[in-house]
Unconditional design. Structure first.
Length: 120
């Protein structure tokens, strides 16, 4: 059910983006999509993204340990992934837990797809 809702939202965003591109006369990616693409640009962040497969929820310390990086670096990378809509966070007491954000990632992909459909 949640996957169906996410797919519907993604399709709606793609339609809205495509309409906005056509109305403006030239394609424009949203700021969220720019941040999404920036987040994907780093091999370290790509490695971190894989840690969240299958719904994993991890703290900064767990990400640092599993990725073989320092906690400060993990925190910085997670901030960029969060800004890019690839992960989301929730607080559990003193710990912040991160997990994949399928909805926002799907929206950014829909925006990119509409942009490419317009351009190419």
């Amino acid at each position: 059910m949640a996957d169906e809702r996410a797919a519907d939202q993604t399709e709606q965003v793609a339609d809205q983006t495509e309409q906005a591109c056509c109305e403006q006369g030239q394609p424009q990616l949203s700021e969220m999509t720019h941040d999404f693409l920036k987040a994907l640009a780093s091999p370290t962040r790509q490695q971190i993204m894989l840690l969240f497969a299958r719904g994993a929820e991890l703290s900064v310390g767990e990400v640092a340990e599993r990725a073989g990086i320092g906690q400060s670096t993990a925190s910085q990378q997670l901030t960029l992934l969060r800004r890019g809509g690839i992960v989301t966070a929730r607080r559990d007491g003193k710990i912040v837990l991160y997990r994949a954000d399928k909805t926002r990632a799907g929206q950014a992909l829909a925006d990119l797809q509409a942009y490419l459909r317009f351009c190419c």
